[in-house]
Design a protein around this ligand. Structure first.
Ligand code: MG
Length: 364
């Protein structure tokens, strides 16, 4: 047997051994989970966030009376890590999530215990404010006790706060001293929230009302944000690959002259369309985000948003039940021209498109 044939045979033997050991067909984890599980940079980011937070906390509370203030931290991916659950590679389900939580096996994230211990030492209460539901109260407490986590109050999404996904109600109750889900015999006076920590924007502020621009200074003051590439509100609706995206940005591409950039006569901007309720209009606008309920297994119209703050902008509505508009995500990030009637739904102003021909992409 030639040397090269021997090499091939040996490679084959190695691959057969690996296959029989169970490597074949194993699902490769995404870079998001691998980064959190394996990289030093993830740990460094978390440690850095808490160390910086500790420095700011000392300064922020130096003139505050002990017992009058607190720090509010989210639980998952903020003070404890669930990367082991993510490593199972399962699609999220309440059952698989609850099964994992019941193990009470989530370890503390770097720096989190030190930050909370410092807050207590400086005279503050540590409140863990989580969107875990009430049925996970005992196991969550058990988990925190197991890792010796320094905290005072655990507030879950339960009872009168069952729908408080934004955490706004519970933060308000903390400030007013009216929390309704405290353990028997425990009282909490009105507390100033000195700092907040979380891996989602709603852990820190009312993300339905405020934009990044409104709160960006607070990341150097009373906000601590932790990285979480594995899940979050930002993950939906899905984004799709766009093979033309680089070609479309090549400098050789003919750029529209300033004259071309102006909408054609009779075509108006979305801002102008906001004042045309009841009228038929032609609008030219960039689509900044697309909400397609079908991609979440839900019914209802597709919404094309013209403003990041979708409450404030014009929403273009398509009824895409039969799929005649194609994949709505193709409009995402594109300039479109759309014609239809302006109406309102609750307080939102909408342009409803009747047929696929009534909307076209005018600029890639
Ligand atoms: Mg979280």
């Amino acid at each position: 047997m030639k040397k090269s044939s021997l090499f091939v045979v040996s490679l084959l033997a190695v691959s057969i051994t690996l296959s029989s050991a169970g490597f074949a067909g194993r699902k490769q984890l995404g870079n998001d989970v691998v980064w959190v599980k394996r990289s030093a940079t993830y740990k460094c980011c978390v440690q850095q966030a808490y160390l910086n937070g500790m420095n700011r906390l000392r300064d922020l509370v130096k003139d505050k009376k002990p017992g009058t203030w607190c720090v509010v931290l989210d639980a998952d991916e903020t003070v404890i890590s669930n990367v082991i659950y993510q490593m199972a590679g399962l699609a999220y389900s309440k059952k698989s999530w609850n099964d994992w939580c019941k193990q009470a096996a989530a370890p503390a994230l770097p720096g989190a215990k030190e930050f909370c211990a410092l807050a207590q030492e400086l005279g503050g209460k540590v409140i863990i404010l989580t969107n875990r539901q009430g049925d996970l109260k005992e196991v969550t407490e058990k988990n925190l006790r197991k890792i010796d986590f320094p905290y005072d109050i655990l507030l879950l999404r339960e009872g009168p706060y069952a729908k408080d996904r934004t955490k706004v109600m519970r933060r308000e109750a903390i400030r007013k001293g009216t929390v309704k889900t405290l353990p028997a015999g425990v009282k909490l006076p009105p507390l100033e929230i000195a700092m907040l920590a979380g891996d989602q924007t709603h852990d820190l502020y009312d993300s339905y009302k405020l934009n990044f621009e409104d709160i960006k200074e607070r990341f150097g003051r009373d906000f601590i944000i932790l990285p979480n590439p594995m899940y979050g509100d930002w993950a939906s609706p899905p984004m799709y690959a766009d093979p033309g995206i680089i070609r479309a940005r090549l400098p050789s591409r003919k750029k529209p002259s300033s004259g071309d950039a102006r909408p054609a006569p009779g075509v108006i901007s979305w801002q102008e369309a906001m004042d045309k309720v009841g009228e038929n209009v032609v609008v030219e606008t960039e689509i900044v985000s697309v909400y397609d309920p079908a991609s979440r297994g839900k019914g209802g119209p597709v919404k094309l948003n013209t403003s990041r703050d979708w409450n404030e902008g014009l929403t273009i509505i398509l009824f895409n039940k039969d799929g005649s508009f194609g994949d709505p995500d193709r409009f995402n990030g594109k300039k479109v021209r759309a014609s239809g009637k302006i109406g309102t739904y609750h307080d939102a102003v909408q342009l409803t498109i009747g047929a696929p021909d009534d909307i076209e992409i005018v600029e890639e």
